[in-house]
Design a protein around this ligand. Structure first.
Ligand code: NAI
Length: 465
């Protein structure tokens, strides 16, 4: 296998952008080109003002500022980058299908197939093709079939190298990865390809953290990792509902069970529900795959994780309605946070969307503040649901950049993202200017109960009566 001097990544999104930036930083002798068909996105990656990059991640703009134009490039010249590279990462989106067979569950692989066909068309010499996107188990077979039928005798090795970064901590997760997974064929050329990719990561990670498996284990491991993580969130969230009925405290329960070394303390924070582009989509995909093999009990088991998550979101919205005397029509409710978690501007599957939609159905007047999400994005998220007309969404919901001022004469505040800045607000002042009784519904367990009640709020926190 040739030495890797040029890498191309197809897809300049939340995974492609940060991942390739870190590779460029850690491997200065490798030229990394990230390509995308979306001209706007590439223009944003090339912007002079690093605060305008298309993705917000702590530490990202510093790396882009340091490497861009040296060994890190963002471009729409997809064919040229494919042609020049020895190793091509596919990092395009793999959303849940919205049409046809598997609608609402299966992964839509049309973007992956387009990439494979494009690589097949352009490649003139042997390439290593790396699946970075999260894909259903056995997708590599389909990619291989497309690539092997080009008739130009170019040899392709397909590797699976799923990404485990979490948004909000992407750079930290990439630089200090718990593990890197590389799946490939056991043939001599497959082994050489796995070693070539391993050598890229060995620039900064110890070799023992780079695991090699067969392709199918690697593809399936990513779905299983996300399913297990989401399952933990849904598990603790279902118990939060029970806590609210029994005077037990979810934080005390998390602490008590987390001390058991078999359970461990991480990922046991109850909240308004998980969001993000991956958990739901990947579990739905797992459910679909299990069902397609006739494994209905397996499918039903994992489907419950999604059902519990939907329940948590609707439960939160219903609690707001019932505590506000069963009517919120015309009442001003301020939503703090629209991103699916703190330190990202990503809103995909954010719990805030579902909660806002439920409150709008009851004709509440909503004002949203998020430090990183644009007004345009918020309206696009709501319009996408198709629950009501875009005009009505804009009439009932406003977006603000003045989080304190807008609480004047508000009936309630709902905290839906755990942004640190919410903890620093002058809650006494906010309380003074709200209508009384003033309600705060804390979907992230961000604030201190005694302090908030001491100020005079009717304060409701997930998992506490
Ligand atoms: P994204 O939607 O942010 O980015 C995908 C990009 O691919 C878009 O900019 C799109 O224009 C581009 N694209 C689509 N088809 C193309 C084509 N034929 N040629 C060139 N560009 C094309 O998606 P994101 O979040 O980066 O996810 C990518 C993959 O990584 C998905 O499979 C996802 O499941 C997986 N993943 C995502 C994580 C996350 O935290 N967002 C974490 C781990 C894996």
């Amino acid at each position: 296998m040739k030495k890797i001097t040029k890498i191309c990544c197809i897809g300049a999104g939340y995974v492609g952008g940060p991942t390739m930036s870190v590779i460029a930083k850690q491997c200065p002798e490798i030229q990394v080109t990230v390509v995308d068909i979306n001209q706007d996105r590439i223009d944003q990656w090339n912007t002079d003002d690093l605060d305008q990059l298309p993705i917000y991640e702590p530490g990202l703009k510093e790396i882009v500022g340091e490497r861009r134009g040296k060994n890190l490039f963002f471009s729409t010249e997809v064919d040229k980058a494919i042609d020049e590279a020895q190793m091509i990462f596919i990092s395009v989106n793999t959303p849940t299908k919205t049409y046809g067979k598997g609608k609402g569950q299966a992964a839509d692989l049309k973007f992956i197939e387009l990439c494979a066909r494009n690589i097949a068309k352009v490649a003139k010499d042997d390439k290593i093709v790396v699946e970075k996107s999260t894909l259903p188990v056995r997708t590599a077979q389909a990619i291989q079939n497309i690539l092997d039928n080009t008739g130009n005798s170019v040899k392709f090795e397909i590797l699976s190298n799923p990404e485990f970064l979490a948004e909000g901590t992407a750079i930290e997760d990439l630089v200090h990865a718990d593990r890197v997974l590389i799946g490939g064929n056991d043939t001599p050329s497959g082994q050489a390809a796995k070693d070539a990719l391993s050598a890229v990561y060995e620039h900064w990670l110890p070799k023992e953290r780079i695991l090699q498996t067969n392709v199918w284990s690697s593809e399936l491991s990513k779905l299983v990792a996300n399913a297990f993580l989401a399952q933990r969130v849904s598990s603790i969230n279902t118990i939060s509902a029970l806590c609210e009925k029994t005077d037990a405290n979810i934080q005390e329960i998390s602490r008590a069970i987390g001390f058991d070394s078999r359970i461990g303390p991480k990922f046991l924070n109850a909240s308004v529900g998980f969001g993000g582009s991956c958990f739901q989509k990947d579990i739905l995909n797992l459910v679909y795959i299990a069902r397609s093999y006739g494994l209905n009990e397996v499918a039903d088991y994992w489907e419950q994780v999604i059902i519990a998550n939907d329940y948590q979101k609707s439960r939160f919205a219903e609690n707001i309605i019932s505590k506000l005397y069963n009517t919120i029509s015309g009442k001003k409710i301020v939503i703090y946070g629209w991103a699916f978690k703190k330190d990202t501007n990503d809103t995909r599957e954010s719990a805030a969307i579902a909660v806002a939609d439920a409150l709008l159905e009851e004709r509440a007047e909503i004002i949203v503040y998020d430090p990183k999400v644009s007004e345009e994005r918020i309206y696009a998220d709501l319009d996408y649901l198709n629950t009501r007309s875009p005009e009505e969404n804009r009439r009932l919901l406003k977006v603000t950049n003045k989080p304190i001022e807008v609480t004047k004469d508000a009936h309630a505040i709902a905290i839906l993202t755990e942004w640190d800045e919410f903890k620093t607000y002058d809650w006494e002042k906010i309380h003074q200017q709200m209508l009384k009784p003033a309600f705060v519904f804390d979907g992230r367990r961000l604030l201190d109960t005694d302090t908030m009640k001491g100020i005079g709020f009717n304060y409701y926190k997930i998992g506490q009566s």
